[in-house]
Design a protein around this ligand. Structure first.
Ligand code: AMP
Ligand code: ZN
Length: 122
């Protein structure tokens, strides 16, 4: 299957991985809407919300909450917007949730800089 997110999950193409477990992977969006914009992606290829096994949604939500805490801790975000596109609204046909941080004010930093801040152990 020619799916870019499956290739990221299989380490065939690189990504800025923030979190990984047996069921899902979280990595930084390559074209961020704000600093720390990341994607929560199940490892199994589900197309969209009509296709996904609903049993995994609770886990996706739990990890999303953990990522919100991480973003608050490392990037001092002021809010978080969740976006999940389907059908024509969706570019990559592999289910994913966007975590888009909201800031009172900020300038866009490089993805490497953001990755390093998220990985810092302080
Ligand atoms: P959607 O319209 O919800 O399918 O959005 C797909 C998202 O995937 C966009 O925000 C892209 O910037 C992002 N994206 C595409 N290719 C990559 C990649 N190789 N690594 C990280 N994010 C990507
Ligand atoms: Zn896929």
């Amino acid at each position: 299957m020619n799916c870019i997110f499956c290739k990221i999950i299989n380490n065939e193409i690189p990504s800025y991985k923030v979190y990984e477990d047996d069921l899902l992977l979280v990595f930084l969006d390559i074209n961020p809407k704000s600093n720390g914009h990341m994607l929560v992606v199940p490892k199994k290829h589900y197309v969209d919300i009509l296709d996904i096994d609903t049993a995994i949604l609770n886990h996706i939500h739990k990890v999303t909450i953990e990522m919100y805490k991480l973003l608050k801790d490392k990037l001092n975000i002021d809010g978080l917007t969740l976006v999940q596109n389907n059908g024509l609204g969706q570019d990559i046909k592999h289910y994913h949730i966007h975590l888009i941080p909201v800031y009172k004010d900020s300038k866009l930093l490089s993805i490497e800089e953001i990755y390093n801040k998220l990985k810092q152990s302080n």
